[in-house]
Write a protein that binds this ligand. Structure first.
Ligand code: NAD
Length: 260
C-alpha cells in the first residue's frame, strides 16, 4: 500500500516540469489523480509516463486556464464528481514572464504574470478549500519560489506574484488549521525544467547551456535541482507524514536562498 492509496490529489501545471514530476511520484504511490494544465498534449504525456509504470492508475485530465475562475470551478467540480473528495492539492501552475527592468516591464505583462501565478493560486485554494472544509481534512501545497522570499531582480511580475503566494499561504493556513487542513508553500530555487531552459534562452539563445553553468556557480551545491527532487518534497508534504507542518514556506534550492 502506497502513501496515497485511496487518496485523491489535484495537480495544476501537471503537463510539464515540477507538476509532472510530482504527478509521477504521487501516481506511483497509488493516488487518484486529477491533472490540470492549459497544455493538453503535455497532460497526455504526463498520463502516459505514469501509466507506463502504474497501468491501473486512476487519472482524470482537465484542460483549464487557472487564471479563469470558471475553469478552476470546473476542474474542482470534475474532481469531486469523479472521485468524491479531494485529499491533496498541488497548486503549482505558473509562468515566469519577461526578464527586464521594472520601468520596462509593462502593465500588460505584469497583469498576465500576476493573473496566472497569483489569481490562479487564489482561485484554486478558494474552491478546493470549500470541499476540504466540508470533509474536515486536506492538505495544500502552493508553489512559490526563491523569488517569493528574496529579491532576485528583473522579475517584477514574478516577484510580486510569488511573494503574494507566500502571503496567501500563511493567511489561509492560519484560518484553516482548525478544520484539519494544512497549507504550505514550497520555494524552489533553479530546478531544470522547460521554464528554466526558456529563461536561460532569454539571457543568451545561442549559449544558454554555458549561461546555465555560470548561473549555478554561486549555488552551495553547484548544480540545478532536479524536478523529481521537488516531486519527493511535494509527496512528503501531501502524503500524511508531514502532519504537523502548517503555514511553512520550504526552500528547495541547495541552500542558495540563505546565501544571498
Ligand atoms: P514548466 O513551464 O515546466 O511547467 C509549468 C506548467 O504550467 C506548464 O505545463 C504550463 O502549460 C502550465 N501553465 C502555464 N500557465 C497556465 C495556466 N494559465 N493554466 C494552466 N496551466 C498553465 O515550469 P516549472 O518549472 O515546472 O514551474 C512550475 C511552477 O514552479 C511554477 O509556478 C513556477 O513559477 C515554479 N517555480 C519553478 C522553478 C524552477 O526553477 N523550475 C523555480 C521556482 C518556482
Amino acid at each position: 500500500m502506497g502513501r496515497f492509496t485511496g487518496k485523491t490529489v489535484i495537480i495544476t501545471g501537471a503537463g510539464s516540469g515540477l507538476g509532472r514530476a510530482a504527478a509521477e511520484q504521487i501516481g506511483s504511490e497509488g493516488a487518484n489523480l486529477v491533472l490540470v494544465d492549459l497544455n493538453e498534449a503535455g497532460l497526455k504525456d504526463t498520463e502516459a509516463a505514469i501509466q507506463a509504470d502504474s497501468p491501473d492508475a486512476q487519472i482524470l485530465l482537465q484542460t483549464a486556464d487557472v487564471a479563469k475562475e470558471d475553469d478552476v470551478k470546473a476542474y474542482v467540480a470534475a474532481a469531486v464528481e469523479r472521485f468524491g473528495r479531494i485529499d491533496g492539492f498541488f497548486n503549482n501552475a505558473g509562468i515566469e514572464g519577461k526578464q527586464n527592468l521594472t520601468e520596462e516591464f509593462g502593465a500588460a505583462e505584469f497583469h498576465k504574470v500576476v493573473s496566472i501565478n497569483l489569481d490562479g493560486v487564489f482561485f484554486g485554494m478558494s474552491h478546493v478549500l470549500k470541499v476540504m472544509r466540508e470533509q474536515g481534512s486536506g492538505t495544500i501545497v502552493n508553489t512559490a519560489s526563491v523569488g517569493g522570499i528574496r529579491g532576485v531582480g528583473n522579475q517584477s511580475g514574478y516577484a510580486a506574484s510569488k511573494h503574494g503566494v507566500v502571503g496567501l499561504t500563511r493567511n489561509s493556513a492560519i484560518e484553516y488549521g482548525q478544520y484539519g487542513i494544512q497549507i504550505n508553500a514550497i520555494a524552489p530555487g533553479a530546478i531544470m525544467t522547460p521554464m528554466v531552459e526558456g529563461s536561460l534562452k532569454q539571457m543568451d539563445p545561442d549559449n544558454w547551456e554555458e549561461v546555465g553553468k555560470s548561473f549555478v556557480e554561486p549555488n552551495p551545491m553547484k548544480r540545478f535541482g532536479r524536478p523529481e527532487e521537488v516531486g519527493q518534497l511535494v509527496a512528503f508534504l501531501l502524503g500524511g507524514e508531514a502532519s504537523f507542518i502548517n503555514a511553512a514556506v520550504i526552500p528547495i534550492d541547495g541552500g542558495q536562498s540563505y546565501k544571498y
